[in-house]
Ligand binder design. Structure first.
Ligand code: ZN
Length: 196
């Protein structure tokens, strides 16, 4: 079942979400919700979907980055973004830590709740995340590159934050114009051209 995805302006996207107990996670309702969120994310398609995006204020998100999404991305861009496939998994009650030697990287990103737009967003290159999995068991994730970016983006959603709160606002662009003017350009050039 594809759930409707809510867009920016919906109050639920700006709320702090509530944590789930391991018992709740194992319930039929949450197990069903995980399946529906997986189908909704694939249908969009997207590499992540947080519960507030389907109108639910819960500390839960699903993530999956599939190789078949790479058709439109050049080998050079994949390498630059350190983008590698990520198998489907669920993120529940996540706690995030940036790496000690925190390195900030900047790339354009989009969001299913802000369809039709992209912007340059600085984020940590690598993170460590403590969370619960789909069975309610503790899990620790070490991630770098694009996967780390997805994690930060989704965890932001669980705290009522959107990428527009972190973006270089002068880089905000329609998808059409992003493809036309900025997509293939080195970020340093983009920043100097835009003055950000
Ligand atoms: Zn998003």
């Amino acid at each position: 079942m594809h759930l409707p995805i809510v867009h920016a302006g919906e109050p639920v996207l700006r709320k702090h979400t509530r944590a789930l107990s391991p018992q709740e996670i194992r319930s039929k309702e949450i197990q069903k919700l995980i399946e529906h969120m997986r189908e909704t994310m694939r249908g969009a398609p997207g590499v992540g979907l947080a519960a507030p995006q389907v109108g639910l204020s819960l500390q839960m998100a699903v993530i999956e980055d599939r190789k078949e999404y790479y058709k439109e991305v050049s080998a050079e861009q994949l390498k630059l973004r350190e983008r590698r496939p990520v198998p489907f998994h669920v993120l529940i009650n996540p706690r995030i830590q940036s790496a000690k030697d925190d390195q900030i990287v900047e790339f354009f990103e989009g969001c299913l709740s802000l369809p039709g737009f992209f912007a340059l967003v600085p984020r940590s290159r690598s993170v460590r995340v403590e969370c619960l999995d789909h069975r309610g068991n503790s899990k620790s994730i070490e991630a770098s590159g694009w996967y780390a970016r997805i994690l930060q983006h989704e965890i932001d959603h669980l705290h009522g934050n959107l990428y527009i709160d972190r973006m270089h606002s002068r880089s905000f662009s329609s998808t059409e114009n992003w493809e036309k003017f900025w997509k293939g350009k080195p970020i340093a050039d983009v920043r100097s051209e835009l003055g950000c």
